[in-house]
Design a protein around this ligand. Structure first.
Ligand SMILES: [Fe+2]
Length: 383
């Protein structure tokens, strides 16, 4: 038994922890008892709403690394890990290995983009951890050495999560089409955008597998939307606030679909950190905010779009056959320079998975000791 200060109150208790005393609610402590989780299914098997009376501690003590609480109206004591209490007192939540800080990047990021060989991703936990960590921290990575087959892409995606469908189905092909449903399927330039903001939840992680690229021009463009948003915040806080607190409409329409959704141009988490952006001039609907409000909203919006054209943010990347660019569609804004369709062939195959699957995969790997911080040497695979 360890002697640390415990102070029982009516609805909770004060607990002395390494960083100081902290208050914990009795319902929360009852819910945090390790017996509430079934060891087999790992699901919660305790329902606090079934308690006849609100839980109230009669005594509490420290036993090794556990806080042991006896309750007034229950025969069984609760055991709560002290490490959890210390973590929650410090951060307000349980530990999450996937809660890695975003590393903002700028136009000079190309040499630093994580490049992981397909075989390392598919065959080693270290390779998959490297890829998923880069996607969480940087929002972008390149998988090299991809097989030039239609099966290579689903194999890669499934190492992270299930393919999530869009209006185009599970997969889409980016190449010149006779009757295009999207500007991407032409040879023209494609302005900086995030994909499919007209969907209720825009796709999370995008994969673009380059099967062929022999055309003149057609460079892919990427930028870190979170970096641009943070730059806007420091240069024009009022503009940032407008874009971070109001939704505007987007759509995706063609013969057989009519998607519509409202999105915030700048997404922030409860702490105010930028988690992503939503931008698409070609899929933006007529803004339905009050007209007088637009007198201030539009200038902020235009300023943000123009910032995205500044060289300090833009990364030019030539898609090469055998590479697959993977990026967070809620953070990384992408586009394409126009190209000469007659100069060769350009064919990218794409699909999506969601960001929850990305973080889930990373947590499992981190739990096995693969945190993805180590470089994984690129190696050539035989075709
Ligand atoms: Fe796109």
């Amino acid at each position: 038994m360890t002697d640390i200060p415990l102070n029982l109150r009516e609805h909770g208790m004060m607990i002395g922890l390494p960083d100081g005393e902290a208050y914990f609610n009795y319902y929360w402590l009852r819910d945090a008892c390790i017996s509430c989780i079934d060891p087999q299914t790992r699901e919660r098997v305790f329902d606090a709403s079934e308690l006849a009376k609100p839980p109230r501690a009669s005594s509490a003590m420290i036993d090794g690394d556990m806080l042991v609480i006896a309750w007034h109206d229950e025969a069984q004591a609760s055991r709560v890990p002290m490490s959890l209490l210390a973590q929650v007192a410090r951060d307000g939540r349980a530990p999450d290995p996937a809660a890695l800080p975003r590393k903002l990047w700028y136009s000079n990021h190309l040499p630093a983009i994580a490049r992981v060989d397909q075989s390392a991703v598919l065959e080693t936990e270290a390779g998959l951890a490297r890829l998923t960590r880069a996607l969480i921290e940087d929002g972008i990575a390149v998988v090299t050495g991809m097989d030039k087959t239609s099966e290579a892409l689903p194999r890669l995606v499934n190492s992270i999560g299930s393919v999530t469908p869009s209006a185009e189905g599970l997969f889409f092909d980016v190449r010149v089409e006779v009757e295009p449903t999207n500007l991407a399927f032409t040879a023209g330039p494609l302005e900086m955008h995030t994909d499919l903001p007209g969907e209720e939840n825009a796709p999370g992680v995008q994969f673009l597998h380059c099967l062929e690229n022999t055309v003149e021009g057609g460079f892919s463009l990427f930028l870190d939307g979170a970096a641009v948003a943070e730059a806007l915040r420091s240069e024009d806080p009022d503009a940032f606030e407008l874009l971070a607190t109001h939704d505007i409409p987007f759509f995706y329409r063609h013969n057989n679909w009519d998607y519509r959704a409202h999105q915030r141009v700048i997404e922030t988490d409860p702490e105010g950190s930028v988690t992503g952006v939503t931008i698409s001039q070609h899929l933006q609907d007529t803004i339905d905010l009050p007209q007088e409000f637009l007198d201030s909203y539009y200038p902020a919006f235009i300023k943000f779009i123009r910032m995205m054209r500044q060289e300090r943010f833009l990364l030019r990347f030539r898609s090469e056959a055998g590479n697959c660019v993977v990026f967070d569609n809620h953070r990384i804004v992408h586009g394409r320079e126009g190209y000469v369709a007659e100069s060769g062939s350009r064919h990218l195959r794409g699909c999506y998975t969601d960001r929850g699957a990305l973080r889930s995969t990373y947590r499992v790997l981190a739990g096995k000791g693969f945190d993805g911080s180590a470089e994984v040497p690129e190696r050539q695979v035989s075709a």
